[in-house]
Write a protein that binds this ligand. Structure first.
Ligand SMILES: Cc1ncc(COP(=O)(O)O)c(C=O)c1O
Length: 397
């Protein structure tokens, strides 16, 4: 199995455990462990209420330790997008993994087949998405090659339907029927159901827009499912949904599994969505701790630029604290952030002031860091409880 290079845990980081938050050097990726637990509890309760399972996306946190926390809280396993992310999860002891994405390169499929066998040996299960006949055949070839000489594992295979995202997936309708039949021809593959994820729906700002978009998703799924079942093939599970739309999929009566991932950390972009009243009140749990290193008359400069956080979904927001008041963050380049007082606040931050940035987009922000520093007892007065390795950092293959 291939693994991304592991960043060694430095002595400095090791010594941080048990120390006050004030001792965390900046810039640093910090997670609020209490907020994570609250978000997990809210998700578990939501899923219970809707009688739906959740297999959260680990592409977001890229950490097998966090995946294990999610499973402890009731998740059935995790989703990943990449073979190497799946390898990192399995190496970290997570044995129910769904690669919710197409993998078509034969060299990668050989690794997928290895993983299917590795998790089966632990009573786990690997799953994968497909959207082409050629993809199904290549997957079957890789599984058969790995099985040669004895009984072997079976991989769960979901047919992805393009339900409006315009990315991967077959057009709703007969193409799904053909793929389901092809999957069932291969003893090492098991037709597991349909994947229906619309990424474009997640950040539609109003709840009504997201409901309308998922309304179309549900029609596409029902249409495809009906055609498949008309041929005597049961569609046992429909899986999908992100943090923006999960209330709609959960209420649809069609989805059996939620894949939302970002709810755990809640980035600034998701917080800008109008919250559907039915959606649990997820809170921010991922921050960049940063410190003021230079002061002007009307602005201050902090030590976190876009090498510390991704800016593809907008600049970070600054957590408002009594010590600093409301601040706005402006782009200062790779290593700097420009801070200006916002709203009624008149005070320019002073040298050494600490600011907590809420990243615009959690997934690519986490991928910039080798570790997350886990804090308990709050950001201002808490302590470092653990260092969490981002074990799938840079896992792109
Ligand atoms: C296939 C799939 N499922 C689920 C998700 C989770 O979405 P989010 O992290 O926005 O909740 C994503 C995110 O891009 C995805 O690509």
């Amino acid at each position: 199995m291939q693994h991304p290079t592991k960043t060694p845990l430095s002595d400095a980081l090791r010594r941080l455990v048990g120390r006050p938050v004030a001792d965390i050097d900046t810039p640093a990726l910090v997670v609020d462990l209490d907020a994570i637990q609250r978000n997990l509890g809210r998700m578990a309760e939501f899923a219970r209420k809707h009688n739906i399972r959740w297999r959260p996306h680990a592409k977001m946190h890229k950490s097998s330790a966090i995946a294990r926390l999610q499973i402890q809280a009731g998740a059935v396993g995790v989703c990943v997008q990449k073979t190497s992310e799946a390898e990192a999860m399995v190496a970290g002891g997570v044995h129910n993994v769904y690669i919710s994405n197409e993998v078509t390169a034969p060299a990668k499929l050989a690794r997928v087949a290895d993983l299917a066998h590795a998790v089966a040996a632990e009573n786990g299960q690997l799953a994968i998405a497909v959207d082409s006949l050629e993809g199904v055949r290549r997957l079957a070839d890789a599984m058969n090659e790995r099985r040669r000489g004895g009984a072997g594992a079976v991989i769960d295979v979901f047919v992805e339907v393009d339900v409006g995202g315009g990315r991967c997936g077959v057009t709703p309708g007969r193409a799904g029927v053909q793929l389901a039949h092809e999957i069932r021809r291969h003893p090492a593959l098991r037709f597991a159901g349909l994947q229906a994820y619309n990424g474009k729906a997640q950040h539609l700002r109003t709840a009504q827009e997201r409901h309308d978009a998922v309304g179309i998703v549900v029609q596409d799924v029902l249409f495809t499912r009906k055609l498949i079942e008309a041929e005597g093939v049961p569609v046992n599970l429909v899986t999908g949904a992100g943090t923006g739309s999960l209330v709609c999929e959960a209420a649809s009566g069609v989805f059996g599994e939620l894949q939302a991932g970002s709810f755990l950390f809640m980035d600034a972009d998701y917080a800008a969505n109008e919250r559907d009243p039915a959606q649990p009140q997820f809170e921010h749990a991922l921050f960049i701790k940063s410190q003021v290193m230079s002061c002007g008359v009307r602005h201050a400069v902090c030590d976190a630029g876009h090498k510390s956080h991704a800016i593809d979904s907008g600049l970070p927001r600054v957590l408002e604290l009594p010590a600093t008041g409301a601040l706005e963050y402006f782009n200062g380049g790779d290593e700097h952030g420009i801070l200006r007082p916002a709203g009624d606040n008149q005070r320019v931050p002073a040298l050494d002031d600490v600011v907590w940035l809420i990243p615009g987009h959690c997934d690519p922000t986490v991928n910039l860091h080798g570790f997350m520093i886990g804090v308990g007892g709050g950001l201002e007065h808490g302590k470092v409880e653990k260092i969490i390795r981002v074990d799938a950092r840079g896992a792109l293959t």
